[in-house]
Design a binder for this molecule. Structure first.
Ligand SMILES: [Ca+2]
Ligand SMILES: [Ca+2]
Length: 275
């Protein structure tokens, strides 16, 4: 009878030991970024909590239809985008303690020829911005940053193409069609925490152009580096950023805390046998 109780207790120990391992296994750190802004434009009505229309000059319009954001631009030969454009300006997107921020979406410029298609990210506190513009009449792409604009030869996508702009503390990357197109250094946005994005375009020639955006998304990777103060008083970072794989192996090694449990189980078994 005493032996049976011991066996039941051992089974209990065994089960709790395995359950413990199971729970440790589930506590892996997510490798996903944190989504802070999203619009798929699918309800064919502008979400005015997320966007403000900014139209200048007759013939410049925005419409949300067919599940996409559609801009029509038309110019009046003023020579300045400030008086002829079709933009959507986002709400302020607040992100504190970021390691990187990713601004992504899909875009197309179905009749490039006389307009500029814009994607721009502002730091609303300083007015600094980074962004990408397709200047269709010269078949160039312009990368804007506080340190100056750089242009290169590149054609705007006529079919929907995914793009993203990844902001880091010391630069930004422009990706299109899943490929890294450009990598820039810039420190003008490194302290930004209130972001505003601008999508749309402008045209100087009296000809209608059509620009489309869809599935706009903003997500970020948090800066999770813990800091400690050493005896000398200097602050140092104790951890380098871990990859998902490294986190997993850390988690697995934590899982091995079941080791002492198994040892205790064996000791209890031996003790029970002796009885
Ligand atoms: Ca909508
Ligand atoms: Ca859509």
């Amino acid at each position: 009878m005493r032996m049976r109780k011991s066996v039941i207790f051992l089974v209990y120990l065994l089960l709790s030991s395995y359950l413990n391992v199971g729970f440790v296994g589930f506590s892996k750190v997510s490798a996903q970024g944190n989504l802070v802004f999203y619009d798929d434009f699918n309800d064919n009505s502008l979400d005015t909590a997320k966007w403000t229309e900014d139209m200048a000059g007759s013939g410049n319009t925005y419409s949300e239809e067919n599940g996409e954001a559609h801009f029509t631009t038309y110019g009046h030969r003023t020579g300045s985008y400030t008086t002829e454009h079709a933009f959507l300006r986002s709400e302020i997107i607040q992100i504190n303690g970021w390691d990187s921020v990713t601004f992504s979406g899909r875009w197309k410029f179905t009749d490039p020829g006389t307009a500029e298609m814009w994607f721009r990210v502002y730091d609303s506190d300083t007015g600094n911005y980074i962004g990408v513009r397709y200047i269709s009449w010269t078949s160039t792409i312009a990368y804007d940053r506080p340190e100056g604009t750089v242009t290169e030869s590149r054609n705007a996508p006529k079919e929907y193409t995914p793009f993203k702009l990844v902001l880091k503390r010391d630069g930004f990357e422009f990706w299109e069609g899943g490929e890294l197109v450009k990598n820039f250094s810039t420190v003008g946005m490194k302290n930004a925490s209130h972001f505003r994005i601008v999508i749309g375009g402008w045209d100087d020639s009296p000809k209608k152009s059509h620009i489309y955006f869809d599935r706009m998304e903003v997500s970020y990777e948090p800066n999770v580096l813990p800091t400690t103060v050493s005896p000398s008083g200097t602050t140092s970072e104790t951890h380098t950023k871990t990859s998902p794989e490294a986190r997993e192996s850390t988690s697995d090694s934590t899982g091995k805390t079941c080791g002492p449990g198994v040892v205790a189980l064996l000791a209890a078994l031996i003790a029970a046998k002796r009885r």
